[in-house]
Design a protein around this ligand. Structure first.
Ligand SMILES: [Zn+2]
Length: 255
């Protein structure tokens, strides 16, 4: 049993690490508006092409002590974080009796929101190709479940409500209160999981984002007019909506 567990963990680190490395490449290129088709990844500081030994997930970061192998300038800790979080996602996918055992819908959704979390955090961007992929995923899953029409109707209502909400708040505050990317993300949540999860994610995001802004204003790190990325709070809201603790507890007990 324990051997199986270690085997599964090793497999998750191997496969998840590779997908994490790919996610990091996407985050960097989407944030810096580079082509996704570029041949080789480069160091953003010295522009030197990354060698094979710089690209081994988790291991390269640790061996190079979080610095570029050529110019020795620090690499963002996000690279290691994403390469660790992706194997955890794969672990939940493979772990028996987990909430997402062999549920490829959750795996794909989780992988894309992991990338979106960091693009928004770093560059205030929820790239359209990724949010659109979530919308398409939601349409496919709803179609397979035979509830496409009702999900589409509900999502349309949510989109209209959010667009009106955005228009009113933009007029009141005379600036962009939240982006269209946030609205597409929320519509994608409704298409994938229904209006209840969408509304509760939005509710959590407003509360968490509001508290975070308030703390920053009190600490005088930001003014009232400064923007904060809303996408990460929506994504945390999704996890809260699925009662994340209930998901994490079996994992903690098992290990
Ligand atoms: Zn460098």
């Amino acid at each position: 049993m324990l051997n199986d567990m270690f085997l599964m963990l090793g497999f998750c680190v191997l496969i998840g690490g590779c997908f994490g490395s790919f996610a990091n490449m996407l985050i960097y290129r989407l944030c810096s508006e580079q082509s996704l088709m570029s041949a080789r990844s480069i160091c953003p500081h010295c522009q030197s092409k990354l060698r094979l030994r710089d690209l081994i997930p988790i291991v390269s970061f640790l061996c190079l002590r979080g610095c570029c192998g050529s110019c020795k300038k620090p690499i963002l800790k996000r690279y290691l974080l994403v390469e660790l979080l992706t194997p955890i996602l794969f672990f939940f996918f493979l772990y028996p009796s987990s909430f997402m055992t062999f549920n490829s819908h959750y795996l794909i959704f989780g992988y894309i929101i992991l990338i979106l979390f960091f693009t928004d955090l770093e560059s205030y961007l929820l790239p359209l190709p990724l949010t659109s992929a979530l919308v398409v995923l939601g349409i496919v899953v709803s179609f397979l479940d035979g509830i496409l029409f009702s999900r589409l109707m509900v999502s349309l209502l949510i989109a209209m409500a959010l667009l009106s909400f955005r228009y009113i708040f933009n007029r009141i505050y005379k600036q962009d209160t939240f982006g269209l990317g946030d609205i597409i993300l929320l519509v994608a949540i409704a298409l994938n999981f229904g209006w209840q999860i969408c509304v509760s994610s939005f509710y959590c995001a407003v509360i968490l984002g509001g508290c975070y802004s308030l703390v920053l204003i009190l600490l005088k790190k930001r003014s009232r007019k400064d923007m904060i990325p809303f996408g990460p709070f929506i994504i945390i809201g999704i996890l809260c909506s699925f009662k994340f603790l209930e998901i994490a507890v079996p994992f903690l007990l098992f290990t």
